[in-house]
Design a protein. Structure first.
Length: 326
């Protein structure tokens, strides 16, 4: 027994338990280091790695010897492998990321805002704070601040608002993301949210003429897009229990549509998001798409969507000090 163990034993620690925890920590660290090494090795390969099936190919091979997929240049192949080291892999990546972004922005608005939104448990966000963080209104969109249509997809008014939207996202997001793939899911969610707000802007245009400038925010347009997408998947796919699945989801969709007529709820955004997502789902669903676009195209779409979100959030961050002086 070394000096450290004697000291710890004198202080009343269980030496056997400490040794067990130490060995567990070493095993865990060894596994993490091995995972990092396994992710680093593909980037260090001098040959090509097929992005479709993972087969190895000589650096001069134009197509994959296993699946026949066309291989990119050596430089582009290395860049793709580098992207896999940075971008998280696996299912539900964007479902989780959107949930975290929703709650992070909501918490930031509560901290920076003045309250007074009248929400559940008096936790609402006031209209001025919503506008500062990127919520849209007809005059601001008409002035050219179209980035607000993107930011508003991730902003919410109160706990009831964010709670219902995120509950739907948790229920439907994983299924849609797994069925469509990460890139298609992100494009579908973002465009249905934007499409819903475009419909809402057009609907509220006559309100602006009367001097009513209600700010708009929330993921409900994108959520109704997920509902429409899930319904289309239910009708396109043949699986055990499909009829019960469609009937159950249809009942919830009808209930959501009825609740959309409550004063203060944005019916136009709900319908707009559902229509945009429905059209996209008919084309993008594995069972219903007219043609398959290459994987690199969807990687580009994913990057563009992330850039649009990043630029919009950056514009909102820079706009907070400026709008306070208006």
């Amino acid at each position: 027994m070394n000096i450290l163990e004697r000291l710890l034993k004198a202080l009343g620690f269980d030496i056997t338990r400490l040794r067990w925890r130490y060995h567990r920590w070493r095993e865990g660290w060894s596994k993490r280091r091995q995972r990092l090494e396994n992710r680093r090795k593909p980037f260090a390969y001098k040959h090509k790695v097929c992005g479709e099936c993972g087969a190895l190919a000589d650096r001069t091979e134009p197509v994959c010897p296993r699946c026949g997929r066309r291989l990119p240049s050596v430089l582009l192949n290395r860049l793709q492998r580098m992207a896999r080291l940075i971008i998280p892999q696996g299912n539900y990546v964007y479902t989780i990321a959107i949930l975290l972004l929703n709650f992070a922005l909501y918490a930031a608005m509560l901290v920076r805002g003045e309250g007074g939104g009248g929400g559940l448990l008096n936790s609402g966000v006031d209209g001025a704070t919503l506008i500062r963080f990127g919520a849209w209104s007809v005059p601001l969109v008409a002035e050219g601040e179209v980035w607000r249509l993107v930011c508003s997809v991730f902003l919410h008014v109160d706990l009831m608002h964010i709670g219902f939207n995120c509950l739907w996202l948790v229920q439907l997001g994983p299924m849609v993301e797994e069925s469509f793939g990460r890139s298609r899911f992100l494009a579908l969610y973002l465009l249905s949210g934007i499409g819903g707000f475009v419909a809402s802007v057009l609907y509220r245009w006559h309100w602006a003429a009367m001097g009513i400038y209600t700010p708009g925010a929330g993921a409900s347009g994108a959520v109704f897009g997920l509902i429409a997408t899930a319904l289309i998947l239910g009708y396109l796919r043949k699986f055990p229990g499909a009829t019960a699945y469609r009937e159950g989801l249809l009942k919830w969709a009808i209930l959501g549509l009825i609740l959309s007529f409550i004063p203060g709820v944005d019916l136009a955004a709900h319908l707009g998001g559902a229509v945009v997502a429905g059209v996209m789902a008919l084309f993008l669903a594995p069972e219903g798409q007219a043609r398959r676009l290459p994987k690199r195209f969807w990687l580009l779409v994913e990057v563009v969507c992330l850039m649009v979100i990043g630029v919009s959030l950056f514009a909102a961050a820079n706009n907070i000090p400026a709008i306070l002086t208006r």
